[in-house]
Design a protein around this ligand. Sequence first.
Ligand code: PGA
Length: 249
Amino acid sequence: MARRKIVAGNWKMNKTPSEAVALAEELKPLVASDDVDVVFCVPAIDIIPVAEAVKGTNIAVGAENMYFEEKGAYTGEISPAMLVDAGVKYVVLGHSERREYFAETNETVNKKVLKAFEHGITPIMCCGESLEQREQGVTMDFIRQQVKVGLQNVTAEQAKTMVIAYEPIWAIGTGKTATTEQAQEVCAGIRACIAEVYDDATAEAIRIQYGGSVNAATAPELFAQADIDGGLVGGAALKPDFGKIVNYK
Ligand code: PGA
């Protein structure tokens, strides 16, 4: 069975609540699609108003992070139950910016992935190499470790429903998209890793996105690759172009 494409916008630390509602309203008609799952991953404070604004549309709301404890003395953190109650269906976990600036590790990402599943939130687990790692030829070793540790104790049934986003760090926010061949090669490598950890059926079911300077011009070729099931989009998700990316065909 063909995997359904999933295109998610990662708004990062952009848009106040009122600006977020205005953007959601602007994008709503542009991202209408029967074929592609569409997700707006927005700053925590924008989740409630954006969820309200997109009610009744094909757009799902996602968070950009989440804590791995249920509740308690964790000042500043947001729990999975809070996200669920606010209408969140997806959560981006282990984005390279969180790894770089907020000390996220494969181990904390794994705890978050497990906790998201406990609450019925679909994880979009990010992985990706630095330019240095690519040049050293260790891209796939590094990513296999991120994926394997990130998925520890995740069952095959759970893994089948989740999303992995391959985002080479050197392509994020740089305007330098990976070539179609580079993106396909790593996404195929991730799928092979899933087959090793689980089985072929799980590898066939899991959806793998490419992310890193995706735009309306590069999306069609990237999303046509055998192992690329859509994209995680930063900068271009804040513009009307996001509609073109969703409707890339
Ligand atoms: P970009 O960001 O599309 O602006 O490169 C992608 C991401 O970080 O998810």
